[in-house]
Every structure is written in C-alpha cells, then in structure tokens.
Design a protein around this ligand. Structure first.
Ligand code: NAI
Ligand code: MG
Length: 494
C-alpha cells in the first residue's frame, strides 16, 4: 500500500465546510456526514451536509459573482482556467491518493484518465474563453439594419455530479461553464466529496474571484433537489441515474431552466469474426471493467459473431481471472471496490437476477471470500453467457463489473441486438472491414461509436447520449453551446 502524502493526511483531518462566496463554513443546520474508504468501510473524513438554506446562500453568492466574473477580462479568465489545469497536474499524486481513498478506484487508472483528463479540460476550455464570438447578419429584406448577435452566459449554473469520476466530472462541468462566463454552484456526490473540496482550495489559490464557484456538499434530496428547483438558477447540468434525471426535469420546469442531462447507458459491444481477436478481448475487458464497471459507457452487452464466440469467451475468462482485487491505493490492485455498500448490494442483486433468469454464470458473481477484503465493498469481476435480451441484466444499467456475452450470426442481427435498448450512450465495434465499419457506425443509435478501441475521451471531442441517455453534449466546442445563449441586437441605421 502506498503511504499517504503528508498533505493528504492533513486534508483528511480537516473540518471540511461548504464554500459560499469564498468563505468556508458549516452547514446552517450544523449537520455533517462521514466519508468512507470503500476498500475497508472505515471513516476517513467527514463533510458538511448542506440543506436548502445553504443552497439559497450559495445561489445568491453565485448571482453576486456573475458581474465580477464577466468584468474579468477574457484573457485573465483564460489564464485562471489554464493555471488551474497546471496545478491539477502538479498535484496529481495528491489528487490521485484522495480519489483512490474516497472512491476506491486504482491509482493506475487515476493517473491514466481521471487526473490528466480533468487537467486537460481546464486547459482546453481556457483556450475557448477568448474565442466566443457573435456574428453580424444581413437581413433578407435588405432593410438598413445593423444586426449582430452576442453570445452571453446563461447565468448561474447548478452542477450536480456523481461518484464514479468525482474530480473529472468537476472538470466536465466547470470547464465549459466558466469559459462561457457563468458562475456555478457545485453539488458533488455524497459518496465522494473530497476531491471537489480540494479543488475549491486550489481555485482560491489560483485566484478565481470569490463566489465564481460555490460548493454545497450533501445528499441528493437535501442539497441536490433544492438546487434543481431553485428559481434563481438558470441551468442545471447533471450526470447520474435516469430516475434522478427525471426528477430534475420535473424540478426544472418551474423557471424553465436550461438542462444538460448525461444519464445512463446499456452500451453494446459488437465483435465480428474478422476482428483482431487479441485487441477485441483486451478492449472488451476495458469496456466492461474499467472503474469497476461503474461507467455510464460500460460496453457490457457483448455480442460476438457465432464462429468465434467460444474462443472469445475463453480468452475473456482468462483475462478476468488475472484481475487483482484490492484497495485503490495498493500498487498491485487492478480492480478496486465498488463505491458503497449500497452499490455493491445493488450489483449483487442484479447478478442474482441473472442467475435466477437462467443466464450461465461463468466466473465471479459474488463478493470475494478473501478475509482481507471482507470489510470493503468488493464484487468479483463477473461474466455471464447464455443471456437473453429480455433479462434484467440485459436491460438495466448494472454499474458494476459484469459482462453479458452472447452471439449473432450476421450484421443485421448484430445491429438489431445493439439497438435493442432505450438508452443510446455509446457502442463498440470490432472489425477489420472498412465498409462494415462505416455502415454499422451509422446504423447504431448512440452518441458515440468506438471502432477497434473503446472508452477513449478527449477534451476536444464531443460526448453525450441519444434517447434515454440524455441530451446536451459535453466536451469539445459543442459543450460550450448549452452554457451560452444568443442575444440578437437590431440597430436601425436609416
Ligand atoms: P444519482 O443519480 O441518484 O446521484 C447522482 C447525483 O445526483 C448525486 O450528487 C446525488 O446526490 C444527486 N441527487 C440524487 N437525488 C437527487 C435529486 N432528487 N435532485 C437532485 N440531485 C439529486 O445516482 P446514485 O443514486 O448515486 O446511483 C444509483 C445508480 O445510478 C447507479 O447504480 C448507476 O446505475 C446510476 N448512475 C449512473 C451514473 C452515470 O454516469 N450515468 C453515475 C452515477 C450513478
Ligand atoms: Mg440516487
């Protein structure tokens, strides 16, 4: 197990508060909640449990900071975002240890994805601050008007984020929101508040004006729901479960809030017989088990062309057997615990439904028996075969380390299986046939298709779902649009 860095130990011991208008303080109710290490179930820290009054104060602070933020020159705003990205890179070890402790994920994954991608998001959106431009438009009639558009921020943004990529999701939301000139009230997940708190310290250190980002830690019903319903919040950006997304849709209607909803998925992963099998097995392993399977893009509905199905399954089982379950902080760990006891129980119950509905459990399926892991929220990596499209494990988001492998005989059947879901977040395709690549990529109903790879993200590349997976793209230039509104100005020159 790697030793904790001194700043990490000191941070865990702090009395973390809410961050409102640049000040850190307790919740108005005085309540706190424990923060657990999911690999041991032990309490490692605690955070303030925000309520509706705290949300009111945070929204007021964000509203007050809006003119300050907009009066800050674009060059300076860009510099602040860039410098934040640089500081996250410089503090990568510290952030990685905190996140590994709070969420459970392996350090290796944090150093490959969460931390560098988060830093690159702030740097990428730093570049956009100085390039948000309106247009001049000549009217069809030729009338003597000077008409131009202004791209204005929507105003106060409420960002409600989940526990699967806690720091990274802060970057997804704050990068474009701040680049577009908005101020923010951030509500991290109650399971994983620590890196968002650390980020608030860093933003103050870098020099963001007070109130530009305010942090209300706490639970969904107490802190998330009042933010979603707040009459002075102009937009909510949310990532999480569909049922919560629907509650937020409902709550947002009172003042017609703008919404970006990044919801669940049930992504298909199609492996054709002409694929590079080594790459397909390795890529499918990552598609299913990255982040303990707690990914909205998890490509866990695996459809393999019948002629290679048995060999594919054998190789996948061999790969899964190599997994080393353990705490995220242990360098030997290749898979950590799930984030909470609740999530472990939810995943084990869905695995149980698969067994009860007649799927063949080929490996895993339980909590590990190793005594050293007994108090953590671990689930063994699991593979099912002989699954049917109507089983719960094929329809509901599992959000755990579970693959469902079945087969198809031709491309049409593969596509029918792929699209047999109400979600539409992502899809994987493994083939060496270039014509098939483009045909299938066009026919799959999802916001992302990865071909001969899976799960890549880049700050510059738009990402987001179709259908029940939500709306409002994240990342890339497109992610700025939902944080801006266009004003048209007509000037009569006659
Ligand atoms: P959740 O969607 O309830 O929680 C995400 C965030 O929403 C948290 O910050 C939470 O406090 C907040 N929240 C909860 N209820 C709220 C409400 N009524 N109003 C406003 N904010 C609210 O997800 P949860 O319960 O943690 O996980 C349950 C399942 O959701 C998982 O098993 C997984 O299937 C799915 N999920 C999907 C994610 C994704 O990225 N697509 C991320 C997290 C969970
Ligand atoms: Mg929930």
């Amino acid at each position: 197990m790697s030793d904790l860095l001194k700043p990490v130990t000191a941070f865990l011991a702090r009395d973390h508060g809410l961050f409102i208008g640049g000040d850190e303080g307790p919740s108005s109710g005085g309540e706190r909640f424990d923060v657990l290490d999911p690999s041991s179930g032990l309490v490692i820290s605690s955070a303030a449990s925000g309520n509706a009054a705290d949300v009111d104060a945070a929204v007021a602070a964000a509203r007050a900071a809006l003119p300050v933020w907009n009066a800050t020159s674009p060059a300076r705003r860009a510099e602040l975002l860039w410098n934040l990205g640089v500081r996250i890179e410089e503090l990568a070890d510290e952030f990685a240890q905190l996140e590994a402790l709070d969420n459970g994920k392996p350090l290796s994954e944090l150093h490959i994805v969460d931390i560098p991608l988060c830093a690159s998001l702030f740097k990428y959106y730093a570049g956009w601050v100085t390039k948000i431009e309106g247009e001049t438009i000549a009217p069809m009639s030729g009338a003597p008007f000077h008409i131009y558009t202004r791209r204005e921020p929507v105003g106060v943004v409420g960002a409600i984020i989940p526990w699967n990529f806690p720091l990274l999701m802060c970057g997804y939301k704050l990068g474009p929101a701040l680049a577009a000139g908005n101020t923010v009230v951030l509500k991290p997940a109650e399971q994983t508040p620590l890196t968002a708190i650390r980020l608030m310290h860093l933003m103050a250190e870098v020099g963001f004006p007070p109130g530009v980002v305010n942090l209300v830690t706490g639970f969904g019903p107490n802190a998330g729901a009042p933010l979603a319903a707040h009459a002075d919040v102009d937009k909510i950006t949310f990532t999480g479960e569909n049922a919560t997304g629907q509650k937020i849709l409902e709550a947002a209607k009172g003042n017609m809030k703008r919404l970006s909803l990044e919801l669940g998925g049930k992504s298909p992963n199609l492996v054709f017989a002409d694929a590079d099998l080594d790459a397909a097995v390795a890529g499918t392993f990552g598609a299913v088990y990255w982040n303990q399977g707690q990914c909205c893009i998890a490509g866990a509905r695996v459809f393999v062309e019948a002629s290679i199905r048995d060999e594919f399954v054998d190789r996948l089982l061999a790969r899964v057997a190599e997994v080393n379950l353990g705490p995220g902080l242990d360098a030997n760990t290749t898979m950590g615990p799930l984030v909470s006891a609740e999530q472990r129980d939810r995943v084990l119950s869905l695995i149980g439904s698969g067994v009860a509905e007649g799927a063949s459990l080929r490996i895993g399926g339980s909590a590990p028996t190793d005594a050293a892991l007994a108090d953590g929220f671990f689930v063994e990596p699991t593979v099912f075969t002989d699954v049917r499209p109507d089983m719960r494990i094929m329809r509901e988001e599992i959000f755990g380390p579970v693959a469902m492998v079945s087969s198809f005989t031709d491309e049409d059947e593969a596509l029918a299986y792929a699209n047999d879901t109400s979600f539409g977040l992502a899809a994987g395709l493994w083939t060496s046939d270039v014509k098939r690549t483009h045909r299938v990529a066009a026919a799959i109903r999802s916001g992302v298709v990865w071909v001969n790879t899976y799960g890549w993200f880049d700050a510059a590349v738009p990402y987001g779902g179709f259908r029940m997976s939500g709306f409002g793209k994240e990342l890339g230039r497109e992610a700025l649009d939902p944080y801006l509104q266009t004003k048209t100005v007509w000037v009569d020159l006659s």
